[in-house]
Design a protein around this ligand. Structure first.
Ligand code: FAD
Length: 402
């Protein structure tokens, strides 16, 4: 069924290009390998990150595996002896996930090309032209990018800084980590202290002795408030809506059904995706309950404005702040798809069961209802099957045309 890789006018040619090697991209790749796609000829995976682990590699050191929501195994991980069940729950989640994903990639022989950033995807009659740029300076020291077509580590010194690859099908699995969202409040730009987003957070010690305002109603915000206790001079926690505390101590799939359905509705309609936590609620873990009982986790409503030295509520109350931590979420990272003109007037892209409704050669893994590790696993199989069906259709079309 597969046609081989042929030198294209623009560079390498492959049948399926996966953008992003986080849990979503890896899950789809696993099933594509199982369905017979060969790495290089049929399947190329690019990733902008310096190492394995997707967004997990960038998370803060103090986020332990045991404090994250459950990180589910990727398909086949258990059979490879890489399942998370036996992982050290007290180890930094980023290290455990990066290590296991790296070994998973090796077991699949995926040869992920990194750090290679996709900068633009353009539609062609028979597929896509995908422009990429090597990110040699993004954490690999002096090592150059491993560009599409060069193989792991091969000829790194001569790798061009940018190029393009042609693919019949593109699976976009770029996640959200690269698109942090900070809501606008009056005066935000006048603040004289430090403002950081979840994506910038490294350790509570960086905010030692400061008056800190933490914004957000999700587990990241709650984790920051708890970590800052006893380290920051004071912590003020504000949320847009009162936190919906669940009775149970763990977020199970059942309780997430409504949230997943809401994501799915928005994705199908091409609307901006709702926040996940607004649909799931926050589990009362032992750590969170202890924070509430100790009076550390005290929610306040959102302030009305930011001032140079703090934040002010509508009733005139003021809290001094040296730093504001915006734990206010992320948006899907889709900038590189702009040339395809997929954005609807409602601010999203229309996606049904992982497939673009506007272009049958384009798939979205990890988007909307697939954003958790368990969702990404299920979606991986469904997307891989659709991709292979699409390739078979184009083979049949080619045969008809002689
Ligand atoms: P990512 O892990 O972000 O992977 C996307 C990959 O695409 C990255 O490696 C990136 O380098 C690459 N990429 C992006 N743009 C480009 C480009 N233009 N060119 C090339 N490569 C590109 N879920 C859970 O199930 N359990 C949890 O405990 C949990 N905790 C979370 C905590 C936080 C703070 C956040 C933000 C999310 C959490 N999630 C959790 C949700 C979800 O599982 C993760 O966000 C997960 O990392 C998403 O996987 P992904 O593969 O879709 O995206």
């Amino acid at each position: 069924m597969m046609v081989g890789m042929t030198p294209g006018g623009e560079g390498e040619r492959t049948r399926v290009l996966v953008i992003g090697a986080g849990q979503a991209g890896l899950s789809v790749s696993w099933y594509l390998r199982r369905l017979g796609l060969e790495v290089g000829r049929d399947l190329v995976v690019l990733d902008r990150g310096p190492g394995s682990g997707g967004a997990w590699q960038h998370r803060w050191e103090s986020l332990r595996l045991g404090a994250a929501h459950r990180v589910h195994d990727l398909p086949g991980m258990d059979g490879l002896g890489l399942g998370f069940a036996d992982a050290d729950r007290s180890a930094p989640a980023r290290d455990v996930v990066a290590d296991r994903y790296a070994r998973y990639e090796d077991a699949l022989g995926l040869d992920v090309r990194r750090p290679v950033e996709v900068t633009g995807v353009t539609g062609l009659g028979d597929g896509f032209s995908v422009r990429w740029a090597g990110r040699a300076s993004s954490g690999l020291g002096s090592e150059a990018a491993t560009a599409p077509g060069t193989g792991a580590g091969a000829g790194a010194a001569s790798v061009p800084a940018s190029g393009s690859v042609r693919a019949e099908v593109v699976v976009n699995a770029t996640g959200t980590w690269g698109a942090p969202f900070v809501p606008w409040y009056p005066g935000r730009d006048t603040f004289l202290g430090r403002q950081l987003h979840t994506a910038d957070y490294r350790a509570a010690s960086e905010l030692e002795g400061l008056d800190v305002v933490v914004v957000g109603g999700g587990t990241s915000a709650i984790g920051f408030v708890l970590e800052l206790d006893g380290i920051a001079a004071s912590t003020t926690w504000v949320t847009r809506r009162p936190v919906d505390w669940l009775d149970q101590g763990e977020l199970d799939v059942e309780s997430a059904v409504a949230a997943v359905a809401a994501q799915d509705r928005a994705a199908r309609a091409g609307q901006a995706l709702p926040s996940i936590v607004s649909g799931t609620g926050v589990p009362r873990t032992r750590r969170f309950v202890s924070g509430i009982e100790r009076g550390v986790l005290v929610e306040r409503p959102m302030f009305a404005a930011v001032e140079p030295n703090g934040v002010r509520w509508a009733d005139g109350t003021f809290a001094h702040a040296d730093a504001i931590v915006w734990a206010t979420g992320f948006r899907p990272e889709l900038r590189h798809l702009a040339p395809l003109g997929l954005r609807s007037a409602d601010g999203g892209v229309s996606v049904e069961s992982g497939a673009s409704t506007l272009d049958p050669r384009l798939f979205f893994a990890g988007y909307g209802p697939q954003a958790s590790t368990i969702g990404a696993n299920r979606a991986g199989r469904a997307i891989a099957r659709q991709v292979v069906a699409r390739l078979s259709e184009s083979d049949a079309e080619r045969r008809r045309q002689g």
